[in-house]
Write a protein that binds this ligand. Sequence first.
Ligand code: SF4
Ligand SMILES: [Zn+2]
Length: 340
Amino acid sequence: MTPESLARAVARDRRPEPAGPETARRYVNQWVEREALGSDEVRAFVLILKTRGCYWADLKGCSMCGYAKDTLGRSATPAELAEQLARALDRYHDEPYVKVYTSGSFLDDREVDRSSRRAIATAFSGRARRLLFETLPEFATAETLAPLREAFAGELEVALGLETTDPVVLARFVHKSASPTEYLEAADRVRALGLRAKGYLLLKPPYLTEEESVADVLASIERAAPHFDTLSVNPVHIQNGTVVEWLYHRGRYRPPWLWSVVEVLRRGAGTRGTTRLVSFPTAGGLRRGPHNCGTCDAGVLEAIETASLTQEFSPLDALDCPCRARWESHRALEPLGVEA
Ligand code: SF4
Ligand SMILES: [Zn+2]
């Protein structure tokens, strides 16, 4: 099976049937996590709304993304979105940082209509200092962003899943719909409107070796930093119903080592300029997430989180474990087809 036909087959299989009204009244998930606003460590309220999801996931989808399973299989009505918001607000305790995700693009009218977007921004206005949402680059325009800027008294942060600045890696291995240039231009538009731009970089897309993926993220940090206020390195974790999972089950994919995350933060710290560089690995230390030997994982994850919050990267230099030598061998031998 070619990577192209594999991606389309996986996309076909994972799409949910259109959901009934009861499902549509409930958001996907909500939690509170550690974050930073400047030098202040704060609590962030994270909300994942249930919407029709990413249109690109219907057509082909990205090789590591399984968010389609958290979607409705149809657009949510404004009333359904209002009910999801009301339920979430019951659990909101004025956390200063609010992140609203949709398993797709918050600015795509098919996912969240304009009046619902405005209602969401208004609901957190005056209570949160910063409101973040994620979108594909084509929806980040003055037309979609200006009404939200009016509705929210605070900082708006627009997150863009750039993943890599290498056009070949982005198109052929990650399977994104847009080019790196379109992401960088969207970040420029966002900042020209006075909003913050956050970029996600993907560590270890399928079909890259560990060594290639470290080099890819380092090059991407250097190239993207002038366009973003924050760059967040997301090491791949294996989500259900994805190309990455298909490869993993056939022994053709291992999630990245946490040492690779440490490496890109340490070396990226020197090329990021004034851009914040962070990483909060999902499923860190688990078999299907970025992991080391199992013994050092918790300590390394804690150090990665602390460095991300404080922007002090030198403590990462002191991390060590016998498995670090195995990671070094793996990086050297993997391109030769030999497992360390
Ligand atoms: S990673 Fe983003 S663009 Fe790609 S399929 Fe998932 S939600 Fe859509
Ligand atoms: Zn270890």
